[in-house]
Design a protein around this ligand. Structure first.
Ligand SMILES: O=c1[nH]cnc2c1ncn2[C@@H]1O[C@H](CO)[C@@H](O)[C@H]1O
Length: 338
């Protein structure tokens, strides 16, 4: 199963830029800021550092890593390394969530940040054969000023890879309706709406994301299982959930992996994609997440192919670019040559 997954062509739709910084990259950056950062440079200590009491603690640790990213070169190196790790797992296409506000707030001009991610995106496509696209997300804990600035950067800079507009960070104390004007403008400008919802709060946040923010996909959305009418709505309107199983356990959104609601979502006919979210921080990889899903859903190779195809279908790739990737997945026999 592991070998089959390793070779299976995939798409990833819910993976965070800084959250994907490998321990080596984080250690390198931490060493550059020796003494001025709580982030340990030692990989063993870093693994300990990436253990979270709860979601709020996770955000605090996440932002301490964001603090390490100061120069455009840091952004180029980080982004290219994330692309390399995705390509190593046979990811052909990924929508990477980046948070421009967090970097601009730390003194990196928006054009400089956008040029750095675009350089890495173009280089990754030509050298690694992986297609990256950007989701610009609002860090919810920074509220409306962050919404304002994220929208301004999205519309003023409009990097070629930008396809979607999101909302991350904590949900508790960050009601979704307040962001409606920003999502309205982003959608009017052709950006797709993909807010996080139902990760650390209940179904009502998912309803808000749909009704107020025009969500076309939901980041996480796992609490939908508590509302039968929402499950039916998601299934009927084919609003895919970007499910990140291990993330939910590591941020304590779900107590233990065996209790993850993935099976209930699938049984209700809800479209799901499998994603890694912040793989090094959660001690996982996208391939590991496919193995977790295979366990939870009792999947065979055909089931794994369907999972990979569901992510391609839910992606914002144009149809003519979905087709070859879907065909590649169908043709894939893995090491078993099935
Ligand atoms: O699983 C997640 N849920 C919500 N936000 C997340 C997650 N992983 C990374 N971020 C990131 O945390 C920052 C908070 O300011 C945002 O940049 C958001 O993208």
């Amino acid at each position: 199963m592991r070998d089959f997954i390793a070779g299976l062509p995939k798409a990833e739709l819910h993976v965070h830029h800084v959250g994907s910084a490998s321990p080596r990259i984080v250690a390198e950056l931490a060493a550059r800021h020796e003494g001025k950062t709580p982030v340990p440079a030692d990989p063993a200590l870093l693994a300990k550092y990436f253990e979270f009491r709860d979601f709020a603690h996770f955000v605090e640790i996440y932002l301490s890593v964001v603090d390490l990213i100061r120069e455009p070169e840091d952004v180029r190196i980080l982004t290219y390394e994330v692309a390399r790790e995705l390509a190593r797992q046979q990811v052909r296409y990924a929508e990477l969530t980046v948070t421009p506000y967090s970097h601009v707030k730390r003194g990196m001009p928006a054009p400089v940040f956008c040029e750095a991610i675009e350089d890495a995106r173009v280089r990754a496509e030509s050298e690694l054969g992986i297609v990256l696209r950007w989701c610009f997300d609002i860090p919810g804990e920074a509220g409306l000023p962050a919404a304002e600035e994220t929208l301004r950067i999205a519309l003023d800079e409009r990097p070629d890879g930008l396809v979607s507009f999101g909302l991350g960070g904590p949900e508790i104390g960050v009601p979704r309706p307040q962001f409606k004007p920003y999502f309205d403008k982003a959608r009017a400008a052709g950006l797709r709406s993909v807010p996080h919802a139902g990760e650390t709060t209940g179904p009502e946040t998912i309803w808000d994301a749909i009704r107020e923010l025009g969500a076309e996909r939901i980041g996480h959305g796992v609490s939908a299982v508590r509302d039968e009418s929402l499950l039916a709505y998601l299934a009927e309107h084919r609003i895919p959930l970007e499910v990140c199983p291990t993330s939910n356990v590591r941020t304590r959104a779900v107590p233990v992996i065996s209790e993850h609601p993935l099976r209930t979502l699938v049984d209700a006919g809800v479209l799901v994609s499998i994603n890694s979210d912040d793989p090094p921080m959660f001690g996982t990889t996208l391939n590991d997440e496919y193995a977790v899903a295979a366990e939870l859903l009792d999947l065979d190779e055909g089931g794994l192919r369907s999972l990979a195809k569901a992510a391609v279908e839910a992606s914002f790739l144009p149809l003519e670019r979905k087709r070859p990737l879907l065909a590649e997945i169908d043709a894939y026999g893995g090491v078993t040559g099935a």
